[in-house]
Design a protein around this ligand. Structure first.
Ligand SMILES: C[S@@+](CC[C@H](N)C(=O)[O-])C[C@H]1O[C@@H](n2cnc3c(N)ncnc32)[C@H](O)[C@@H]1O
Length: 479
């Protein structure tokens, strides 16, 4: 029953593709015509004009240099610590911040970020992810990792890195599934890359870790998982994971949490969407009056695209952190051997306008009570591919393929059949709905309960991509 409750909720990715812009095609040249810095001088004023070409009137022009912070008020404020912090940044910087900076603060501010102090997953939380849907997800990722390890020549020591491990469920199921393959599990040193102390604690519990003393530099905590006798370390970034060993990296729903910059095409070319505060102390979107540093990433992204792809868009999202992370990851795999698996929702091309906020399983306004809702954006798989190829000649990129193809080729059908042989009726129901959620497309055809609770498949919305050292050949199941 709990599973039913969980699963009636919309999975994170269910932002409609219709958010991709359908506005009329524009002149190719304007792709590279950015906001001009030689704008006519605008008299300083507190007034902000609504953009004429904005159908929903949500965007305003940020008049260059006119931002005058609201007078300091002695009224008690009901703002959360994070809201005060964000308003403080805008005030002391004397102008708006980028959507990316807003997103980063909202999600990972070390004091009050969305992920930092609590468990946000499951029925009681804000959203659900595939590892929480069914143990089969982590087990299948384990099959992928073991196959890659075979292709790597069964190295005796391997770093198994997970980026953004959430509750640690994927890794726990991977270790359970692989526990009979001792040569594999004995080769592993697990590295959890996690910014949230609260989630690190949950991961520690989920992996049934016993702490060990560690003095190694950059290693926050070192433990041994009693699930498979494997050493486990925690780090805040991938850079902190020691190099020099062949490495298997897993990133499930990590890239979608990386901050995106949003650009909008207007009469002045591409301008960055920014966030500032109104006189009534509310957050609002404005457009940058001149090119911003992130414009360099927009130019880079547009160069990778075919002109027709960009021409049809009036908004574009770019994720410099995703490009930089992929660069680092590909360099490491190119040098140390191994491979990475990225599973997320997104597009194999330029993303237009996908940023979404989810609180308690419902979509909410991105600017509403920041820190109380998850923010995430579609992953641009094409830009991951280009970033990896740019980083190293020694890596090859495979996919994306749909999650359904990925899990199907790794044998999820056999696994579900085996689990169904030996379970209660309730477990069988949860296995069937879990299976559908992982590999299905749309509403489950076998569902007989209330329509609004029908399990919805994530099998085609989520995609899998792999970056491997060329020495390993083509990874399973991307052949
Ligand atoms: C959407 S959750 C996915 C969790 C897990 N992979 C799953 O599928 O259940 C994102 C995870 O990445 C972590 N995270 C987000 N941004 C991060 C960052 N910049 N550095 C390290 N961890 C981050 C979050 O704390 C969380 O564990």
């Amino acid at each position: 029953m709990l599973m039913k409750l969980l699963f009636q909720q919309t999975p994170k990715a269910y932002r409609l593709l219709s958010t991709q812009s359908t506005l009329p095609l524009l002149n190719k040249c304007s792709v590279f015509s950015y906001c001009s810095s030689s704008q006519p001088k605008i008299p300083p004023s507190n007034s902000v004009e609504q953009l004429q070409d904005q159908p929903n009137n949500t965007i305003s022009i940020d008049r260059s240099g006119l931002y005058n912070p609201t007078e300091h008020s002695h009224e008690p404020s009901s703002d959360s610590e994070l809201v005060k912090h964000l308003k403080g940044i805008i005030k002391f910087r004397g102008g708006p911040i980028s959507v990316a900076e807003y997103m980063e603060e909202v999600l990972t501010n070390p004091k009050a970020g969305f992920y930092i102090n609590r468990d946000v997953f499951g029925a009681e939380g804000d959203f659900i992810t595939s590892p929480e849907v069914s143990q089969m997800f982590g087990e299948m990722v384990g099959v992928w990792a073991m196959c890659l390890w075979e292709q790597m020549g069964q190295p005796k020591r391997v770093n198994l890195v997970e980026l953004g491990p959430g509750r640690g469920t994927l890794m726990a199921d991977l270790l359970h599934g692989a526990s009979k393959f001792l040569k594999f599990t004995e080769s592993l040193h697990i590295h959890m890359v996690e910014c949230s102390p609260a989630l690190q604690k949950l991961q520690h519990q989920r992996l049934k870790c016993m702490d060990e003393d560690s003095t190694a530099e950059g290693v926050d905590k070192r433990s041994r998982s009693t699930l498979a006798g494997t050493p486990v370390s925690w780090h805040a970034t991938l850079e902190q994971v020691p190099t020099g060993l062949p490495t298997i990296i897993i990133a499930h729903e990590f890239y979608d949490a990386l901050p995106v910059h949003q650009f909008q095409r207007g009469s002045r070319g591409w301008c960055e969407k920014m966030i500032d505060v109104t006189e009534d102390s509310l957050f609002r979107f404005v457009l940058s009056p001149q090119p911003t540093p992130a414009t360099l990433y927009l130019m880079k992204r547009c160069k990778w695209a075919v002109p027709e792809e960009v021409e049809k868009l009036n908004q574009i999202e770019v994720c410099p952190k995703a490009m930089d992370l992929t660069y680092t990851l590909a360099k490491r795999i190119g040098a140390d051997g191994g491979g990475a698996l990225i599973i997320d929702y997104g597009l194999n091309g330029v993303v237009s306008d996908s940023l979404q906020a989810i609180r308690k399983h419902k979509f909410v306004n991105i600017l509403d009570n920041p820190g109380s809702a998850d923010l995430s954006a579609y992953v641009d798989f094409a830009s991951i591919k280009y970033s990896a190829e740019e980083a190293s000649d020694d890596v090859s990129v495979h996919g994306p393929i749909t999650q359904s193809q990925f899990l199907g080729s790794l044998g999820i059908n056999f696994r579900v059949e085996a689990l169904l042989q030996n379970c209660t009726d309730e477990q069988a129901e949860s296995l069937r709905t879990g299976y559908w959620r992982l590999v299905g497309d749309g509403e489950a055809p076998f569902w007989e309960g209330p329509e609004e609770q029908a399990p919805i498949g994530m099998g085609t919305r989520y995609m899998a991509m792999s970056i491997v050292n060329k020495k390993q050949g083509i990874p399973i199941p991307f052949q």
